[in-house]
Each structure stands twice: as C-alpha cells, then as structure tokens.
Design a protein. Structure first.
Length: 74
C-alpha cells in the first residue's frame, strides 16, 4: 500500500486509509507503535506493556553496549 507524506501544519505526516485503520483495528486518536526492522518500519497498535519492555531493552543495551559488541563478535 502506497502512502504519501503530507504537510500538517508545520510538521509532516501520513494519512492512513480507512481500510488500513480497519485492518489494524485503529480509530482516530489511537496511538501507533513504530518498530524499526532491517527492511523498513513496522506500524502496530500501541501496547503499553510492549512499550515498557522496549524501554527496558533499550536501557540494558545502552548500559551493556561493550558486552553486547563482544558477544556479537563471537
């Protein structure tokens, strides 16, 4: 599905078609979670539990960056 970036006030944004909103079970005012993947970005409905887990993972990755690099080289 091709979606165009448009100007919204002083910002840029995308307008999601009704069909996509229905498939994601989203409505106006809902929040999306964007996950960066090797081949692009995945948009999914916001999940507070998942957001907390991701914050924890990011904090651990920042704190243990050197250890994780060494493990990746093994």
């Amino acid at each position: 599905m091709k979606i165009k970036i448009t100007t919204i006030g002083n910002s840029a944004g995308v307008i999601l078609p009704k069909e996509l909103l229905a498939r994601l079970r989203l409505e106006k005012g809902d929040t999306l979670y964007a996950t960066e993947l090797p081949d692009g970005i995945k948009l999914s409905p916001f999940d507070a539990k998942l957001a907390g887990q991701m914050e924890t993972a990011e904090r651990v990755m920042r704190k243990r960056r050197t250890l994780l690099r060494k493990l990746a080289q093994s």
